[in-house]
Design a protein around this ligand. Sequence first.
Ligand code: BG6
Ligand code: MG
Length: 209
Amino acid sequence: MKAVIFDLDGVICFTDKYHYLAWKKMADNIGVYFDETINNRLRGVSRMASLEIILERANRKYSQEEKEELAKYKNDYYVTLLANMSENDLSDEVRETLIALRNRGYKLAIGSSSKNTKTILKQIGLGCFFDAISDGTNITNSKPDPEVFLKAAEYLNEKPADCLVVEDALAGIEAAYRGGFKSAGLGEAREHQEVTYKLDSFKDLLNVL
Ligand code: BG6
Ligand code: MG
């Protein structure tokens, strides 16, 4: 293994709670039922695809223009929540593990569906840390399509077979598998049939690499 590609939300930092609050506010606003269980289905899924999942419970159809407005409403609120994030939102465990991997000579990249990736990395003090960033701004197909990880490998100048993908979402492990990457799963991602390593914690990466 020459490189490690990390998902962002739910792996490097815990923005899931902010995504949930922002989608909840939007769903309440249009009177559509939304809860934490539905929120779990949004992990790793792009903004517009997440909105489609939430609208499964709506009692009317929404036009493309309306959907774009709803996604914007959610994102505007989400971005105000992100503004409160700081270096305190990066755990010692994640920081120390990243530094240990860097010292062992691995190239390190981000592979996230989020279009807010660079803002979040800056907020938590990792704006200049990674060797490459592949995110929602450079892809057309979101996870479980492997595009975001294939781009990360390309930016790193490495072959997929030489990169390990670290994920917390089932869709992310599926994307890694389809792209020819080995994967390490945290949380529900451990349950994917094709996951290579089931991690007990983030620092457990130091035992599998
Ligand atoms: C992923 C999250 O990382 O990014 C999803 O797990 C989210 O929940 C997706 O929908 C897109 O994020 P954003 O910031 O572009 O709306
Ligand atoms: Mg994630």
